[in-house]
Design a protein around this ligand. Structure first.
Ligand code: DGL
Length: 271
């Protein structure tokens, strides 16, 4: 049993979809969330930059004494997880491997679709994790850069989103995928629309839900679960307070956000 909090960070507020899934599965755990709202988006940035941000975000939460680190951002998980795992003194869980394992187990046709940010898709991390989970799978990947701003606009079932999603998903639907990995923090909010466009025979895999399952497994295996009956809780930190941040954050979390603290950990760096 371990009363310390779990650290979760993301490039912004999208990782609150992972927090939401974690709170549903592990209600007794205390969660410290950091959203790098000052530097979002990561999905169009270079790998070396994202790795530097990843080290800084992790250091911030480590200083607060977390027992396990969750990298909720798919882009950062894709390009920075190995680097972090070699450096951090606590277990690190990313969102790629859990999503890939669930998809590999679910597919009957052996053809799996993956959608994500340009950086995630370009990294090939999902394709690699799918192959590692089950050799011989065929993977069809597609970057969907317009989904992040559309979700942040709250256009979850808007004609413009429908049109763009139809355009992005057409090649995947045509290639015979029967399983589609939602490889970005923002995409679970589009799940009803994406499911409708892909059609009934296609199963959507939500990396957030799969990651929560993996965290629960890891905590139990390492003896790190919170004591039975613990109250749990959520504390949020952000590096900027963007316009509409509460509205957008609550969209991801699915309920009210009580307290958010603004932090400026970068001032510690030498210029
Ligand atoms: N959190 C990012 C991801 O899951 C999406 C937003 C961004 O580009 O930073 O890939």
């Amino acid at each position: 049993m371990d009363e310390r909090a779990i650290g979760i960070w993301d490039s912004g507020l999208g990782g609150l979809t992972v927090v939401r899934a974690m709170q549903a599965r592990l209600p007794g755990e205390r969660i410290l969330y950091f959203g790098d709202t000052a530097r979002v988006p990561y999905g169009t940035k270079g790998a070396e930059t994202v790795r530097r941000f990843a080290r800084q975000n992790s250091a911030f939460l480590l200083e607060k004494g977390v027992k396990l680190m969750v990298v909720a951002c798919n882009t950062a998980s894709a390009v920075a997880l190995d680097d972090l795992a070699g450096r951090l003194p606590v277990p690190v869980v990313g969102v790629i491997a859990p999503g890939a394992r669930a998809a590999a187990a679910a597919t009957a046709s052996g053809i799996v679709g993956v959608i994500g940010t340009p950086a995630t898709i370009q990294s090939g991390a999902y394709a690699g994790a799918l192959q590692a989970a089950r050799g011989g799978l065929s993977v069809e990947s597609r970057a969907c850069p317009l989904f992040v701003p559309l979700v942040e606009e709250g256009w979850l079932d808007h004609p413009a989103t429908r049109l763009i999603a139809g355009e992005y998903l057409a090649p995947l639907a045509a290639s015979g995928v029967d399983t589609l990995v939602l490889g970005c923090t923002h995409y679970p909010l589009l799940a009803p629309l994406l499911a409708e466009i892909m059609g009934e025979g296609v199963r959507l895999v939500d990396s957030a839900a799969e990651t929560a399952r993996e965290v629960a497994r890891r905590l139990a295996a390492d003896g790190l679960l919170a004591p039975e009956g613990a109250a749990g809780g959520l504390e949020c930190f952000v590096s900027d307070l963007p316009l509409r941040f509460r509205q957008v954050g609550e969209l991801f979390l699915g309920r009210r956000i009580d307290a958010i603290q603004l932090v400026d950990f970068q001032t510690k760096e030498k210029v």
